[in-house]
Design a protein around this ligand. Sequence first.
Ligand code: COI
Length: 364
Amino acid sequence: MRGMSLSFPVQRTSHPRTAEQLAQILADPGFGEYFTDHMAVAVWTKDVGWHDDRIEPYGPFQMDPASAVLHYAQEIFEGMKAYRHADDSVWLFRPEANAARINTSADRMMLPRIDEADFLAAITQLVETDVRWVPGGGGEQSLYLRPFMFASEVFLGVRAAQQVTFSVIASPVGPYFTGGVQPVDIWVTDTYARAGVGGTGSAKCGGNYAASLIAQYEGYDHGCSQVLFIEAADKDRIEELGGMNVFLVTTDGRLITPALTGTILEGVTRGSILTVAAELGLKAEERRLSPDEFFGLIEDGTANEAFSCGTAAVLTPIGGFKTATAEYRLANPAGEQTLAIRNHILDIQYGRTADTHGWMRRVC
Ligand code: COI
């Protein structure tokens, strides 16, 4: 079996949701609350490699309590979306970028690589099988895809698992933040860190998100929806939010975001925004940003817009940043540049403007 490519043959559920049930879900899907009728699964073992690939009815995994992931968190995931265009065709946005990143994450977490073609086969087979779940009708709805991989070996020794499960589940979604494009406030924690040099900050592993929760709750206590992390050891550079990257927009047309220093997740949306910046008349700057510079740019009015970005949240305007001792308000939250970038990215994803970068992949 080793070396064979995966085809994810489809085993259809005998109990698909009815058209009525589906319409009810799509009327108000929320985010990550409802899941489609099917899921993709494949298993890897050290001896055989990837095998046992299939699309099967959505349902619980049977997990042995000694499965390694439950103890040592050897797990990674991806986030991507399928979009329905006005002509009813269904598309993915830069899925090769997610395929590349899951392998970067796999390397860091000592999980097996999955070939890009196999990764894409799982995604496209699932989207085709559950295509009626891809929301239509304009708006900002899509089918959120969640590929993930975890140590399913039953073994309590601390070592790389010799059996791993890959899966993809899908969830129809609306905006990640319930307010949509309403600006959100961001809490700046100096109590907690997300990642350190040599750590797992640039891998998309569940542990990073678990570690961010306590800081996020600190933020909720201060009326904020997300938390901004500062580099752990020297506290000398701004990194990213709990689950998204961060950008400032200056009044003189610069688009500024922290450079990838190995402790930051390389967001697909982040990279896409940097690529389209020039088309929108903005100059992209990726560099180290100290907290003094970052907040100074806001305080002296140089930066008048800020936003967070990610696959789930697309681009969400930021109203202000709060620290334990200070507050920095953006002069023009949800401003013209933020909305122009947001609309441009969404227009590409929903096929309303030319895909000049060749980012869209048609599924069906
Ligand atoms: C995404 O943006 O897709 C993520 O994986 C982050 C999470 C906040 C949902």
